[in-house]
Design a binder for this molecule. Structure first.
Ligand code: FES
Ligand SMILES: [Fe+2]
Length: 345
């Protein structure tokens, strides 16, 4: 199941310099992203309308992307602007273009009905442009279904097991922590507070905590990104009254974009409020990447077993509350989409 009428992360804006292009698959559709010399980004069907050559094999020159086979040229709207050796351009000479928006260092693509693509609904991530935060990003391919990744991020009770060496800490503490989850409109939030707890190794390395901390995890899902604010302050110094500047904060951005039914693009960034002169402290970036590799291994192992056992049943446990609310939201969005498709037919 894919949701089509949502904004998905297509890539990091900085990874696509003028003159560059990249071919990627989203929701089983092959797309070529390119940035022309004027800086405009185009997202086109990666299939030349002449003989089907992938346009991602071609090259960007000036304002166009040129097919490598017979040289047809396309602009960012998908219109064919030149056919070598002839003056007339047939009206059918164009490729599908997808709405694409560049915002706060992220390229967002709309794979659904273009008439419904509202740039005002592109999710917000101000930490990418706020000088009080430093950040770094990466892109991991995951051999697992996208909903497994959503589930992983919405339920952090796995930290004490999967990530015991880095951001985890004590497994029992994670299961004892009260989890508040709620849905408002198209947003699900999960809040977990862990007062007077032992700081995990990453926090000590990055912020030098000497004793216990008041720790928080605040997760927000809005299609199709999950933002996770985590951190801690020395005990009793205001963490739960919103006074957090003196402590250690990490803001994670997790763009979950289906590639196929069983593979997913995981676009993530980590922002911190320490070490601003150096971006994110190297140790935080390295440990975050290490942590996500641990998740990647879990998701891939799950997918392998799930693919071997189609129709296999699952049970729910108490800590699934946030991920289950999210899955319910995803189901209702999918139903709305299928009803609107039926109505249109
Ligand atoms: S296949 Fe692209 S120009 Fe011929
Ligand atoms: Fe994880």
């Amino acid at each position: 199941m894919f949701l089509r009428n949502v904004w998905y992360v297509a890539g990091w804006a900085a990874d696509l310099a003028p003159g560059q292009h990249v071919g990627r698959k989203f929701l089983n559709e092959s797309v070529v992203l390119f940035r022309n010399a004027s800086g405009t980004v185009g997202a086109l069907e990666d299939r030349c309308c002449h003989r089907g050559m992938p346009l991602s094999e071609g090259q960007v020159e000036g304002d166009i992307l040129r097919c490598c086979y017979h040289g047809l040229e396309f602009d960012t709207s998908g219109a064919c602007t030149r056919i070598p050796g002839q003056d007339r351009i047939p009206s059918q000479a164009f490729v599908r273009s997808y709405p694409i928006v560049e915002k706060q260092a992220v390229l967002w693509i709309w794979m659904g009905d273009p008439a419904l693509a509202d740039p005002a609904r592109v999710p917000d991530h101000p930490q990418h442009v706020d000088p009080k935060w430093g950040w770094r990003s990466d892109h991991f391919p995951v051999n697992g279904n996208w909903e497994l990744l959503v589930e992983n991020l919405m339920d952090l009770s796995h930290l004490g097991y999967v990530h015991a060496k880095t951001i985890g800490g004590n497994a029992n503490m994670h299961f004892r922590t009260k989890t508040d989850a709620k849905r408002e409109g198209d947003t699900v939030t999960v809040t977990r507070h862990m007062p007077n707890s032992v700081p995990p190794p990453t926090y000590v390395d990055a912020a030098g905590f000497k004793g216990n901390i008041d720790r928080w995890q605040e997760i927000e899902f809005t299609p199709m990104v999950i933002r996770i604010h985590t951190g801690g302050c020395d005990v009793g110094t205001g963490a739960y009254e919103g006074k957090r500047e003196h402590g250690f904060s990490m803001m994670g951005f997790h763009g979950v974009t289906p590639e196929t039914e069983t593979t997913t693009h995981y676009f993530w960034s980590i922002a911190t409020n320490v070490g601003l002169d150096r971006g994110v402290p190297q140790i935080v970036f390295d440990q975050t990447a290490f942590t996500f590799k641990e998740d990647q291994a879990v998701l891939e192992a799950q997918q392998k077993r799930i693919s071997e056992t189609p129709g296999g049943k699952f049970i729910d446990i108490a800590s699934d509350i946030g991920s289950n609310l999210t899955k319910r939201l995803l189901r209702s969005l999918a139903e709305t989409e299928s009803q609107s498709v039926l109505a249109a037919e």
